[in-house]
Design a protein around this ligand. Structure first.
Ligand code: NAD
Ligand code: GLY
Length: 370
């Protein structure tokens, strides 16, 4: 990862040799052709967005991308995690074929993680792979899903079970877009921000404890700093382990429990970030029971998650088997062994596959319900 201060925007890079790409962060990126146009593969451009984001930002992005004889089209999908399906991706492919777009086209994902994951997967498969650019508009997508090339859709039996690694050409983050984001979605994004502090950076964790009110109050400087630090940590991990053979799995802290909550509740009823927030608390509790976190550490994690506006309990209706059924399908598992991401201390995580089954079961029984 490298940083540069030469442009008016803050810039990092994901270092993947020939597929190295920039992450630009700043206000007004949507209106800056020089931020966007250099990453287009040719004159055919398909913006993929949804019914909520389109009225807010589509016309501005189209204006910025138009000119120089470019053919800029759009496909506007319905909104929601429940729409993250192959059927939605087929609508993107249909639009590309109807427009007669060829291998030199570029897909531009304008929206949150649902749009980014689907547009990326559509790009990975269309004519065996075309260019795509991420323009993430939620905090969660700006700090996590737009970076690193994980793309895909959900299956009724499990989240993100169908997908591909396909890196974008650039990630262009317009921090102004956060002004229209509902507070609940901002909190969901903060879950992934907290995750970076917990797994890798205790100084960042302490910074988050101090700056949480500013972040929730949409303080632009605090948000920009949080986005930059989060993207820097993610970029570094992805550059070392693009296809999750090892360290990248640490980015899944809380996700094994969280995915079970999302699947059980019906996709979209608990936001992904909310489920990750509660899931991180479950992982921290297990880490404490293994003797790795102190009571004070645990209290800090709980206070931080709560102060971000995230749930600290899990759904009352979820029994042990409801958790385990989804957890057994987790992509991190090897053979029949459940692998969890736990905290060896605050600011350091590990992959652990030796949790005693009775300890896990006790956690799943005893964790507070609401
Ligand atoms: P989302 O894409 O559903 O967006 C949340 C809501 O905010 C939606 O209703 C959306 O239309 C709306 N929205 C988006 N931008 C807005 C704006 N600027 N103003 C107002 N409303 C806006 O959810 P998300 O939290 O962005 O992403 C969650 C998804 O990301 C999940 O499917 C998750 O699996 C995926 N994810 C992927 C990765 C990855 O590495 N690929 C990492 C983390 C999460
Ligand atoms: N959000 C997990 C990853 O990108 O690996």
């Amino acid at each position: 990862m490298t940083a540069s201060s030469a442009s008016p925007y803050q810039r990092l890079h994901v270092e993947l040799d020939a597929r190295r790409y920039p992450i630009h962060v700043g206000p007004g990126v949507l209106d800056a052709p020089d931020m966007l146009v250099p990453y287009l593969a040719g004159r055919q451009v398909m913006i993929v967005t949804n019914e909520t984001v389109a009225p807010l930002y589509l016309e501005r992005l189209k204006r910025t991308l138009s000119g120089d004889d470019r053919d800029v089209r759009e496909v506007i999908l319905p909104d929601g995690e429940h729409t993250k399906t192959l059927a939605s991706v087929e609508r993107i492919w249909d639009a590309l074929l109807a427009a007669g777009f060829n291998r030199r086209c570029t897909l531009v994902a304008l929206g949150g993680g649902v749009i980014g994951d689907m547009a990326g997967y559509a790009a990975a498969c269309y004519q065996r792979g075309v260019a795509f650019v991420q323009v993430p508009t939620t905090l969660l997508s700006q700090v996590d899903s737009s970076v690193g090339g994980k793309t895909g859709v959900n299956h009724p039996r499990g989240k993100n079970m169908i997908g591909a690694f396909w890196q974008p050409r650039a990630v262009l983050i317009d921090t102004d877009t956060l002004a229209t984001l509902p507070g609940r979605e901002l909190s969901a994004g903060l879950a992934e921000v907290i995750k970076y502090g917990l797994i890798q950076d205790s100084d960042f964790l302490a910074w988050l404890e101090a700056r949480m009110p500013a972040l929730r109050g949409l303080d632009v400087e605090a948000l920009t700093d949080a986005i930059l630090r989060s993207c820097a940590i993610k970029a570094e991990i992805v550059a070392r382990d693009e296809t999750e053979q090892g360290q990248r799995a640490l980015l899944n802290l809380g996700h094994t429990f969280g995915h079970a909550i999302e699947a059980h509740q019906g996709y979209g009823n608990w936001l992904h970030g909310e489920a990750v927030g509660a899931g991180m608390l479950m992982a921290a509790t297990l880490s404490q029971r293994l003797g790795w976190l102190s009571t004070e550490d645990m209290a800090r994690v709980e206070t931080l998650v709560a102060s971000a506006g995230l749930p600290v309990t899990v759904p009352a209706a979820m029994g042990v088997e409801a958790f385990l059924a989804t957890m057994r399908l987790d992509k991190k598992n090897i053979d029949a062994r459940l692998r969890l991401i736990l905290l060896s201390r605050l600011g350091e995580a590990c992959v652990y596959d030796e949790t005693p089954p009775n300890m896990l079961e006790a956690l799943l029984v005893e964790f507070p319900r609401a």
